[in-house]
Ligand binder design. Sequence first.
Ligand code: AMP
Length: 635
Amino acid sequence: MDLVHPMARETQREAREDPDAYWARAASDVEWFRPWHRVFRQEGVSFRWFEGGETNLCFNALDRHVRDGRGGHAALVYVNERGERLVLTYAQLLHHVERIAGALRTSGVGRGDRVTIYLPNSPEGVMAMLACARVGAIHCAVFAGFGAAALADRIRASGSRLVLTCDASFRKGKPIRLKEIVDAALLLGGDTVEQVVVLQRTDIPAPMTGGRDEDWRVWLAAGAEGDRRCERMEANEPAYILATSGTTARPKLVVHTHGGYQVGMIHAARWCFGMTRDDVWFTTADIGWAVGHSYLVYAPLILGCTTIAYEGALDHPSPAQVWQIVEEFRVTGLFTSPTAVRLLMRTGEAAAAPYDKSSLTRVVCAGEVLNAPAWEWLQKRALGDRIPVIDHWWQTETGGPTVGNPFGLGLIPIKPGSGGIPLPGVELEVVTMDDVPVPRGEKGILVIRRPFPSLTASLWGEPERYAEDYWTRIPGSYFTGDSVSMDADGYVWFAGRADEVINIASHRIGTVEVESAFLQHPAVAEAGVTGRPDEVRGETIAAFVVLRAGQVPSATLRAELLAIVRSELGAIAVVRDLNFVDMLPKTRSGKIMRRVLKAVTLGRDPGDITTIEDEGSVEDAREAWAQLRAGLGDR
Ligand code: AMP
């Protein structure tokens, strides 16, 4: 029986049979200053969408709604962990963005210039992105939790002329002095930076360097007469540069455009999230990540929703923070990450219970596999099984989801732990490294056979790396780097990154499969695993496990955990080392960095860890590893 809703099947068929006609129809969701003359053109690894068409992300996100009489609708809600709130209508947001656009142009910033935005999830952070898009400048938002080295790398690589920042941001009640970090970063590099504009938003004084630094308000006043108009951008002109999260290697600078990116990303918002202008949309991600760009800022505004930007830690001052925001603003759609779900799960569903969640109609989740136990907890325990919790897969490079549940076309049955089915317009296949399709149910590499509009067409400054990393490993197909299997119903199951798959006696076991098994034990909050060389078997599994609040390591627990993995994956899944740790090495966006675990087990240097959330996690893992080696196991 086909589990997929007939409308989703029909849409998939239309997209497959005539992709150009399909994407041309999707593009009519966007307003163009000038129509394109060709939908798609590809030459080798280079491709272009909607050639000749002129549009602008900012125009579609703001001007269009105000012109059409929706200026009074709430566009942006800002909330922070200190209890402050601000609501801006579309007309108000446009007014602020226009002022920043005028100041940018007065500073000499225009089409093609790069601007680094080092601001937290804040009204000004969102406005700065939109204003850059408005004047045709390319924004390079950097997560405002990164340290000086990571910031310096990104400023240098982008060649930014201007940095927009602020005095400080607050996280878990502690100030992070962003301007000081910018100063330190500029000492490490950033010769291209001519001006740093500093928003004073707290009473923490920001050090200012004469001749280079400018107060935000003074800068706005100086630019009051500046040209505020929206630049007409050719569809393939870059709108922004954004670094990938760096889970597996040195981050790559992905480029997204005004045309193709816009069309693909809102197409996915409609079909995967069912996003409409009646939504009050709450994305818990930061504007420094891909999710923040596409689904906090651009898609919700282009589709005319109310979008919520939250600054601070999700569990501060209490783990009820998310639910409180849902209740207060009658949130209809929540977008969060598995790491956030596991964080909430760690403290239990009691935090969610007192809040009214009846406005919510779906929760969508991406970034890592939403392991079945975490899905189960959110879907059943926290949300009472009333609405769907939907996993979906994408990458910074894809600009939006490519695998998911086509909720907007008709919800299909959810299989916990699976990412869902390929979305319309995305031609996916699971193949061997020799490009031979693998049978259903077997693991292979996920490839995308044909570009779709929001797929990045380049890496900033690294065209060779772009061709090499994505298009030459399986010649002619986009190489996602993920190991997956597709089941008989066409659902995709992610096993982990292909280069992290553990090879035990010629059996290929995905890291995610082992981690999901550990998570089935009620004492486990999180698990990260890696392969470790073994003379007999090739590799065995080294596991790092974080327990839920109140649980303590013991020999009994260890035995139970090993038994779960054995019963789930069979005797072949040999866990030789099981370490209990307080935290896992994760990127700032919450993804487990298994390459760091691997380095720890091999006693090697972990390489580039500028994107790590907490450097203490490396020490924690090293210590647990050393104790295990010394036979002091059950710490
Ligand atoms: P990045 O673009 O750096 O944030 O990371 C993209 C990678 O995150 C993908 O290649 C996957 O490995 C992983 N990922 C994202 N979403 C999911 C998901 N829903 N299930 C499994 N893996 C995911």
